[in-house]
Ligand binder design. Structure first.
Ligand SMILES: Cc1cc2nc3c(=O)[nH]c(=O)nc-3n(C[C@H](O)[C@H](O)[C@H](O)COP(=O)(O)OP(=O)(O)OC[C@H]3O[C@@H](n4cnc5c(N)ncnc54)[C@H](O)[C@@H]3O)c2cc1C
Ligand SMILES: *[C@@H]1O[C@H](CO)[C@@H](O)[C@H](O)[C@H]1NC(C)=O
Ligand SMILES: *[C@@H]1O[C@H](CO)[C@@H](O)[C@H](O)[C@H]1NC(C)=O
Ligand SMILES: *[C@@H]1O[C@H](CO)[C@@H](O)[C@H](O)[C@H]1NC(C)=O
Ligand SMILES: *[C@@H]1O[C@H](CO)[C@@H](O)[C@H](O)[C@H]1NC(C)=O
Ligand SMILES: *[C@@H]1O[C@H](CO)[C@@H](O)[C@H](O)[C@H]1NC(C)=O
Ligand SMILES: *[C@@H]1O[C@H](CO)[C@@H](O)[C@H](O)[C@H]1NC(C)=O
Ligand SMILES: *[C@@H]1O[C@H](CO)[C@@H](O)[C@H](O)[C@H]1NC(C)=O
Ligand SMILES: *[C@@H]1O[C@H](CO)[C@@H](O)[C@H](O)[C@H]1NC(C)=O
Ligand SMILES: *[C@@H]1O[C@H](CO)[C@@H](O)[C@H](O)[C@H]1NC(C)=O
Ligand SMILES: *[C@@H]1O[C@H](CO)[C@@H](O)[C@H](O)[C@H]1NC(C)=O
Length: 626
């Protein structure tokens, strides 16, 4: 037992709370550890027990007559501090709960290899993430519908953003000190995901908010669909004991007692099994194994396989199952079952660029690692009172800026975009249907450049460190299975900076970071820029810095895009894979284009909506009525 609970009483209560009982004779509740404990067939098999997978599995299994199995490659975590305590969020990166994947070297970023962590654990990346819980703007979601997906707009998603969460307002101290205003019509209070504000804000958050106002940037409520300007940011955590609320605590725990809901951990789905050919392909089951050399096992499926393995592994699984670009499949010795060239294309991710200023002040976030006395005191406060620095994952106030609010170059960049060629954004081997769909996205992006309703730049403040996030990159990459084995990591091209427009958008971000720290409330802290350094002023020098140091904000998406097939869609607006009966994708890979926000909250909303779509389908209703 981990000693975090501080006292024997806490430990005992935790042990009681976490033990579950079920009617079936299994060793560990609904967690199946042996093949012989599985049913021969399930109505639905969900591949991946992360954000989207656990959400859909929970909702589908609300009906006792519907059997649902989740197969998850990772195991359950053991409530280690680094997956539990908000102030240590992100600490699971590089552990056994991380796939340890990297993007392929990128020509446009100096041949660098950028790591892309992803959760391999029950809860998926919601166990690794930094607990920023926010929504994008109305205009971003409305854009999904404009790209050809009926019903996928802000109005259509709002009920699902609300359904996901159980929101608790800030503590009265924080609410009074920072004048946080929530419009409760936009928040949910019946969902499984606990969301609230940190009860502790690091001291320079005040300077950040003041500077925002000094620069005339409005402060808005991100939950309302107006997620531009500055906003106070909620986090996915319990409002009483300030522990992480991940997909496991929310959607697994609340369904664990259902005897029709099974979870098999430590097993990777190796293939989707199908019957038939050309127009009559139908899912019959899935194959899985514990390791590359272990024996393959199978389970049958009555209704559907639901892919929720994340933006890098879902397209890989389709490809090794024979669903993808016939040319790619031939090169990896996989027999083509459905030639669907778009699988894996349209991959994009938020870019991360860090500008560092040294501040002249005490009590900075890094004091937690630099001053052991401070750290011990913080730990004591957390363990005994659930207060202090460890209750905050940081990022309590964020900026999301439309281009013309952070740069004077918006019309120049807009001219550059409209006189340039969309194909500059795409890998050379992009299939024609994908390029056609991207041309529509390109026009959307060009319109966003001049709009004040959609943000291009995020700024996350950490005491003089400004993390700049490019929210609407032009460039696209792809995911390709590297071999016929699911156990060989896929080759993922992030596309980072492929189109020089993305460099220009970040260059302007670096310039704005300098303007920002000159606002009186930050200037008073004597900021001194050490990265990239104030001698980097010429475009060429800033661009070299951008290309030499961008990395990821951990939001890969779009690689199994929802959209029309002739425009490079992999799934339709009901998330059904084209050409295969009984197969859907529900994870981040289905987003046609990233919103300007972190992705977890949107993934949950998409998955909640997906569950309702599936429940309304004939197959589900027939099973439900017996
Ligand atoms: C380090 C990090 C920080 C982040 N910070 C934030 C943040 O602060 N705020 C925010 O909003 N978002 C954040 N994100 C992003 C957010 O967590 C993801 O967008 C979200 O979890 C994606 O959900 P998903 O269902 O698509 O995939 P995941 O949640 O990643 O789930 C996929 C699951 O599928 C499993 N799987 C994969 N392949 C197989 C297979 N073949 N068989 C069986 N199982 C398989 C995986 O092990 C995993 O559990 C962060 C992500 C990371 C990695
Ligand atoms: C990732 O790397 C770490 C450190 O090397 C290792 O402990 C962990 O097991 C790796 N994760 C996986 C899923 O292999
Ligand atoms: C925190 O509180 C929630 C809700 O009461 C509970 O489910 C969870 O087990 C608690 N976690 C810890 C570590 O005490
Ligand atoms: C599928 O149909 C296409 C075109 O209609 C045809 O060229 C191909 O041979 C068919 N494949 C199979 C496996 O029947
Ligand atoms: C495909 O099979 C051929 C012949 O067996 C082999 O030489 C080649 O390495 C295989 N390719 C891959 C990617 O596995
Ligand atoms: C840092 O701040 C202290 C106290 O406010 C001040 O006395 C000192 O001159 C400052 N040092 C620098 C280098 O700005
Ligand atoms: C370290 O933290 C302690 C407790 O907050 C504080 O009293 C002390 O001055 C700090 N030490 C330094 C070197 O800043
Ligand atoms: C957007 O905001 C900027 C800065 O406040 C302003 O100059 C510009 O006119 C606005 N553009 C539109 C289209 O409203
Ligand atoms: C635009 O230029 C003016 C005049 O130089 C300057 O005051 C303003 O801060 C700039 N705006 C942005 C967003 O860079
Ligand atoms: C854009 O580039 C592609 C590929 O290089 C080319 O086929 C196309 O004609 C170009 N379009 C324009 C408008 O220049
Ligand atoms: C800025 O100065 C540093 C330190 O002297 C040097 O390493 C760097 O190359 C300079 N950068 C530019 C763009 O001149």
């Amino acid at each position: 037992m981990i000693s975090r609970y501080g006292s024997t009483l806490h430990a005992l209560m935790f042990a009681l709370l976490s033990s579950r009982s079920v009617a079936r004779p299994l060793s560990n509740a609904d967690v199946i550890t042996r093949r012989e404990d599985l049913l021969a067939a399930y109505d639905y098999v969900v591949v991946g027990g992360g954000a989207s997978g656990l959400t859909v599995a929970n909702r589908l299994s609300e009906q006792p007559s519907i059997t649902v199995l989740v197969i998850e490659a990772g195991d359950f975590d053991k409530n280690e501090d680094y997956v539990t305590i908000p102030g240590l969020a992100g600490g699971a990166i590089g552990t056994k709960y991380d796939w340890n994947t990297s993007y392929a070297p990128g020509d446009a970023i100096g041949g660098r290899v950028v790591p892309i962590p992803q959760g391999k654990v029950v809860g998926g990346s919601t166990k690794l993430n930094r607990m920023v819980f926010d929504r994008g703007s109305k205009s971003d979601y409305d854009g999904w519908e404009t790209l050809g997906n009926e019903g996928w707009n802000w109005e259509g998603l709002l009920p699902y953003f609300k359904k996901n969460e159980h929101f608790t307002a800030a503590t009265s101290e924080i609410e009074a000190e920072y004048a946080i205003k929530d419009d409760l019509q936009f928040r949910g209070d019946k969902g499984y995901m606990q969301t609230t504000y940190s009860p502790f804000f690091w001291p320079t958050t005040k300077n950040l908010i003041q500077a925002t106002k000094e620069l005339g940037i409005p402060v808005n409520d991100q939950a309302s669909g107006n997620a531009v300007g500055g906003y106070f940011c909620t986090h996915n955590m319990d409002p009483v004991n300030y522990t992480r609320s991940s997909a496991r605590e929310a959607y697994y725990a609340s369904a664990a007692k259902r005897s029709n809901f099974h979870v098999l951990t430590g097993n990777q789905v190796t293939r989707i099994l199908t019957s038939g050919a050309n127009g009559t392909v139908k899912v019959t089951g899935v194959e899985f194994a514990t390791s590359k050399d272990a024996a393959r096992q199978t389970v049958k499926i009555n209704n559907e396989a639901i892919l929720a393995a994340g933006s890098l592994h879902t397209p890989q699984l389709l490809q090794v199952s024979g669903i993808g670009d016939a040319k790619l499949l031939e090169s990896i010795n996989v027999t083509t079952i459905v030639d669907l060239p778009a699988v894996g294309h349209n991959l994009h991710d938020h870019l991360n660029l860090v500008v560092v200023n040294v501040l002249n002040t005490t009590i900075l976030t890094n004091t937690l690692s630099s001053n052991t006395t401070f750290a011990a005191e913080a730990r004591q406060q957390y363990d005994t009172q659930r207060t202090g620095p460890l209750t905050s994952p940081t990022g309590d106030f964020l900026l999301f800026l439309p281009l013309s609010t952070y740069s004077n170059a918006s019309s120049a960049i807009s001219t550059q975009a409209s006189s340039s060629n969309a194909s500059l954004s795409l890998p050379p081997d992009t299939p024609a249907d994908v390029a056609k769909g991207y041309a529509t996205q390109y026009a959307t992006l060009n319109a966003k450049l001049l709009s004040n309703a959609s943000a291009f730049l995020e700024i996350i403040w950490a005491d003089g460190v400004l993390v700049l996030g490019l929210q609407h990159p032009y460039s696209r990459g792809s995911v390709k299975a590297a071999s016929a084995s699911i156990f060989d990591a896929p080759t993922a091209d992030s596309g980072f900076l492929r189109n020089p427009l993305d460099v220009a958008l970040l260059r302007e971000g670096v310039r704005f970071a300098r303007t920002f720290v000159q606002a009186p409330s930050i200037a008073s802290l004597n900021p001194f820029e050490v990265v990239p350094g104030l001698n980097a002023t010429a475009d060429a020098d800033i661009d070299a810095f951008v290309r030499g140091s961008v990395s990821t904000l951990y939001h890969p998406a779009g690689s199994c895009k929802m959209g029309a097939k002739e425009e490079g869609g992999v799934v339709d607006a009901e998330l059904r894979v084209y050409g295969v009966d009984g197969l859907r994708v529900v994870d981040a890979s289905t987003m046609p284009i990233l919103p300007a926000s972190h992705t977890m909250t949107t993934v949950y909303a998409v998955a909640e909506k997906a569950a309702d779509i599936i429940k309304a389908s004939e197959g589900y209703r027939v099973k439900m009525e017996g």
